[in-house]
Design a protein around this ligand. Structure first.
Ligand code: CDP
Ligand code: MG
Length: 147
C-alpha cells in the first residue's frame, strides 16, 4: 500500500457540485486516511511549491492557492501516487480536455493555474507534502505505512 497527498484547489472547494463529484471519485478509488479543509497561507504555499520558485507562474500559483480554503486528503491504495495523478490528468487543462476528456482536470479545471487539484509526484514528495499540510500528524506513521 502507498499513500499520497491530494489537494483540491480553492475554486473547486467553492463549487459544491465539483467538490462532491471529486470526493466521490476519491472514495471509489482510495481509503481516505485523513481529510480536512485547510487554508494555505502565502507563506505555506511558497514552502509547499518551493521547487517552482523562479518560474514565471510561481507568484500566480502561490497567490491563487491562498485565495480561499483548499481541501486536503491523505489517500491510501496500491500505487496511490500514480493512480491519483492518472485520475487528475495532465497539468495543463487545455491539453487534458483533448487527450483525457474524462479526467478531473479536464472536467473541473479552469486554467493552467486553476487546474482543480494537486497530487504528490513521488514517495518523497508525498512524505514531505503530508508533513507540511498535516503537521499535527506523526510523520513516522506515514513513512512506515508503505509495506
Ligand atoms: O501539479 P502538477 O504536478 O501536475 O504540475 P507542476 O508542474 O508540478 O506545477 C504545479 C502547479 O503549478 C500546477 O498544478 C499548476 O497549478 C501550476 N502551473 C501553472 O500555473 N502554470 C504552468 N505553466 C504550469 C503549472
Ligand atoms: Mg508537481
Amino acid at each position: 500500500m502507498e499513500i499520497t497527498l491530494a489537494l483540491l484547489k480553492p475554486h473547486v472547494v467553492r463549487n459544491v457540485y465539483a467538490f462532491q463529484q471529486i470526493k466521490q471519485i476519491i472514495q471509489e478509488n482510495f481509503t481516505v486516511l485523513h481529510s480536512k479543509e485547510v487554508h494555505i497561507t502565502k507563506q505555506l504555499s511558497e514552502h509547499f511549491y518551493a521547487e517552482h520558485k523562479g518560474k514565471f507562474f510561481y507568484n500566480r500559483l502561490v497567490t491563487f492557492m491562498g485565495s480561499g480554503p483548499c481541501h486536503a486528503f491523505i489517500l491510501q491504495s496500491k500505487d496511490s501516487i500514480a493512480k491519483w495523478r492518472g485520475l487528475m490528468g495532465p497539468t495543463k487543462v487545455y491539453r487534458a480536455v483533448y487527450s483525457h476528456p474524462d479526467c478531473i482536470r479536464a472536467l473541473y479545471g479552469l486554467s493552467d493555474t486553476r487546474n482543480a487539484c494537486h497530487g504528490s509526484d513521488s514517495k518523497e514528495s508525498a512524505t514531505r507534502e503530508i508533513s507540511i499540510i498535516f503537521p499535527e500528524l506523526d510523520e513516522n506513521q506515514f513513512t512506515t505505512a508503505d509495506s
